[in-house]
Structure formats: C-alpha cells, structure tokens
Design a protein around this ligand. Structure first.
Ligand SMILES: Cc1cc2nc3c(=O)[nH]c(=O)nc-3n(C[C@H](O)[C@H](O)[C@H](O)COP(=O)(O)OP(=O)(O)OC[C@H]3O[C@@H](n4cnc5c(N)ncnc54)[C@H](O)[C@@H]3O)c2cc1C
Length: 430
C-alpha cells in the first residue's frame, strides 16, 4: 500500500520561522504562509511595513508545497469563455496579467537567488478527443490575434517528438510557461520575506478577527492559537484552507482535492522517451491529468482523482486511480514503482476565477483553481502594493465575486459528489 508522503518535501528543508512571541502590533498581518502570503509579506517588508505572517501549520504547509510546479500562462477558464463573460478588453488584460505573473516569478527567483529549478520549458496540452484537438486551432488563432501570443499546434503524427504516449489526438504548446520546484520556491520566498524584515510565525492559527483600534489607529485585533496581535491591515491568503475564522470568504470558496503520485527515479533513456522536451503536460478533460518529470527524473502524475480534500483515505484511493491512469497514458511505466503519493486542496470560486480585493475591510487574494503558482505570487504582490497605498486598480477586484447560487452553502461542500459526477458525464459527452 502506498503511504502518504510529499516527494517535494523529501528533497528540501524549510527555513526556520521567526522565534519568540507575537508582537503586540504590526502594520500588516498576513494570514497564510504560501505563495500569496509570502509574496505579499516580501513586498510589504521591502516597502518598510512591519509585517507578521500568521500560519496555522508551518511555512509552505498548504498547496504551495504540494503542487505540480507548473507555472502556466492563462487562467483556469479558456480565453473564449472569458471573452464571452467579461468582453475582449478585460480578457486581454487578464491574459497579459498571466504573462506578467510568470515574469514576476522569474524575477523573484533571480533577484532573491532562489535555487528552485525554474526553467522556461513550456507547457504541452494534449487532446483526449478529436473535437478537443479541433478546438486548439481556434484557441491558438484567437490568442494570436487578440493577445499577440503565439501557441504551436502539434498534429497527432508529430506528437511523438513531445510525448512518449500514443493515446492523444494532438497537442498545443506554449513555450512561455515554466517549471519550478514548488517547495524550494516557497522556502525561498519565506527566506526572502524574512530577509526583508517580515516575521513569519508558525503554529499560529488565526481563530477570530475583530475590528479594533490601537493608540488611535483603527484596524483589527487578531486572536491566534499563540496569542493576540493588532494589525492596521489584514491580508487573507488562505486559499483552499480558508476557514470559519473568515466566514464571509469561506462561503465563497469551494475546497477541492487534487492528488499526485511520483514514481521511482527513471533512467535517463526512459525519461527522455516519456517527455523528450521536459514540458509541463496536461490533458483536455474536466477531470484532467497533469504530469511532468521531476528534476531527478521521476514521473510526477496528478489529477482530481477524488473531489474531496486530502485525507489518508482520499490519498490512498487517489494513488491507486492515478497509478492506473498513468499506465494508460504511459504503458512503459507498468512495472515502475510508485514511491510517493500526497494530496492538497484547491480553491475554486463559484465562477472559477481568481479574486483579489477587500471584504469586510480586509484584503484577500485567492480562487486560483489550480493555476496558482504564478498568479498567487502576483496577486500577493499586487495586494501588498495596494496596502502600501498603490494607486493601480486590481483587475480581479473589478469583476463580480459571486457566492453560491441561492446562498445554499456555508463552507461545507456537500455538493462535491454531484459536481464530480457532472464533470465525469461532461467529459464523456463533450
Ligand atoms: C495537488 C495540487 C497541485 C497543483 N498544481 C499546480 C500547478 O502545477 N500549477 C499551478 O499554477 N497551481 C497548482 N496548484 C495550485 C497552487 O498550488 C495554489 O493555487 C497556490 O499554492 C495557492 O497558494 P496560496 O499561498 O494562496 O495558498 P496555500 O499555499 O494553500 O497557503 C494557504 C495557507 O494558509 C494557512 N491557513 C489557512 N487558514 C489559516 C488560519 N486560520 N490561520 C493561519 N493560517 C491559516 C494554511 O495552513 C496554508 O498554509 C496545485 C494545487 C494542488 C493542491
């Protein structure tokens, strides 16, 4: 039986957190020590703000150390869907932001000297049906025409140059996307934030936030499992782990599980056969698979094998499903050992969009829906600039942020089995 273990964490050590008691007051409290929170903390500290990052568990404990490390262009929804919903001008800005978010990750990695295998290896999307492949050409045309960004279509006959699998109907490549070792990256962000003067407190679960004032400054009193701290500004960066401590946001976030297995190390020859150009790869289904080689040549294979977030049970069941699915894609791995399996929680909003702005006078950035490595870094930094008095409007603050239809949701996603079944049917018929 496969035991739960996160491969990424077996290869790194996280920096030590700030020692000692919480300060009595700070300029800004950031809740959550993932990409969003640490990127924000770094920006805030560099602008001279006193910052405390409050983290329930440990640095990078959430999705930021558990993900596939795919630094992807675009957002979860296709440009066609975005254009229908928001119009072409806003879609253009969203696409440009997604490209800027990758540039920002690259710049941080370079400026802060973060050793995290960042590489612009590009991504490959593979079509599970002929109709999906046909749609690639339309998508690439729209992206070229409206956003001046080039994607390359790979017909089925040429796909072997990109992937050692024969099950797909063709592919589409974006050379701008990148790869990163996510746990090394989040560890590097934490080091950068602390070097800039931010304090990062582990085992500091935020339990309640109330309006308060301190020496004539209005702000928030934050009660944590390690004591209280007053902050003039609060940024909620809790993503799929958003809890009853921030009830208004919890009602807008659907926590959905995503799971990953990694194989034992592959020989150089097999690794090259499976992924000759070392791309970040995902398929065209709603119940999608995403996969890549790790820096030490393991196949990392992920998917939404169970919809509920990670528990021993969902991880074990997902590992079995993912192993079966991986062998369908790569029969070459039939006898290859699985050495690691883990899960993490994605943050889906009801409109499948990222959101950043203010609710109950507190700042937030979340809703990345599995596209968060770059966007979380970017929105964390953008919200931090706003807190420091920046005048730039936040793109994702200007779009509607819907809650559940008819308000039938209090933060416990009772409807996930139905949603899972719905998407399975959609994959079958579309
Ligand atoms: C399995 C998996 C694979 C993924 N693959 C990719 C990928 O390849 N590419 C991509 O772009 N995106 C991917 N994602 C999404 C990406 O990882 C996330 O969008 C991103 O990490 C979100 O970062 P974050 O800092 O907002 O949240 P997180 O990293 O989840 O951090 C939130 C933190 O908040 C803390 N917290 C919550 N409540 C409280 C509280 N009350 N008090 C104190 N602390 C609290 C949590 O402990 C947690 O550490 C994946 C996600 C998962 C789960």
């Amino acid at each position: 039986m496969i035991q739960e273990s996160n491969y990424w964490l077996t290869t790194i050590s996280m920096p030590p957190p700030t020692a000692g008691d919480l300060p009595t007051r700070v300029d800004a409290a950031v809740i959550g020590a993932g990409f969003t929170g640490l990127s924000a903390a770094c920006t805030l500290a560099k602008r001279g703000a006193q910052v405390a990052v409050l983290e329930s568990h440990s640095i990078g404990w959430g999705a930021s150390s558990r993900n596939g490390g795919m630094v992807l262009t675009g957002v979860k929804l296709s440009p066609e869907t975005l254009a229908k919903r928001y119009g072409m001008e806003l879609t253009r800005q969203m696409y440009a932001d997604s490209l800027a978010s990758i540039d920002l990750v690259e710049q941080i990695v370079c400026d802060e000297n973060i050793d995290c295998n960042f590489s612009r290896c590009g991504h490959l999307e593979v079509a599970c049906k002929q109709s999906h492949f046909d749609a690639y050409a339309r998508s690439a045309e729209l992206i070229a025409k409206e956003f001046h960004h080039g994607l390359r279509i790979v017909p089925r006959g040429q796909l072997s140059k990109e992937i050692g699998s024969t099950i797909y109907f063709g592919g589409m490549i974006d050379e701008t996307s990148a790869a990163v070792h996510p746990a090394q990256y989040v560890a590097g962000l934490a080091r950068a934030a602390m070097n800039a003067g931010a304090r990062v407190y582990e085992n500091a679960q935020v339990q309640q936030i109330t309006r308060a004032s301190h020496d004539g400054t209005s702000g928030f009193q934050i009660a944590t499992s390690r004591g209280k701290v007053f902050a003039r500004d609060v940024l909620i960066a809790t993503s799929g782990y958003t809890s009853a401590a921030t009830p208004a946001l919890q009602k807008k976030i659907i926590p959905i599980g995503s799971f990953i297995i990694t194989t034992e190390q592959l020989s150089e020859a097999v690794a090259k056969e499976l992924s000759p150009r070392n791309r970040m790869i995902y398929d065209s289904k709603h119940y999608l698979h995403y996969y890549r080689l790790t820096p030490d040549n393991r196949m990392l294979f992920g998917g939404r094998a169970a919809f509920f977030p990670e528990t021993q049970n969902t991880i074990r069941r997902s590992a079995e499903i993912l192993r079966r699915d991986m062998v369908q894609v790569f029969p070459q791995l039939r006898d290859t050992k699985i050495e690691h399996a883990w899960g993490g929680t994605l943050d889906f909003c009801f409109d499948t969009m990222p959101h950043a702005g203010q609710l109950d006078s507190m700042h937030y950035a979340l809703g990345y829906a599995g596209h968060g490595v770059a966007m979380a870094t970017y929105l964390g930094a953008k919200v931090a600039e706003k807190i420091c008095g920046g005048k730039d409007e936040l793109l994702y603050a200007g779009i509607p942020f819907p809650g559940a239809p008819l308000g039938l949701y209090s933060g416990k996603p009772w409807f996930l089995p139905f949603a899972g079944a719905y998407y399975k049917v959609l994959d079958w018929i579309s």
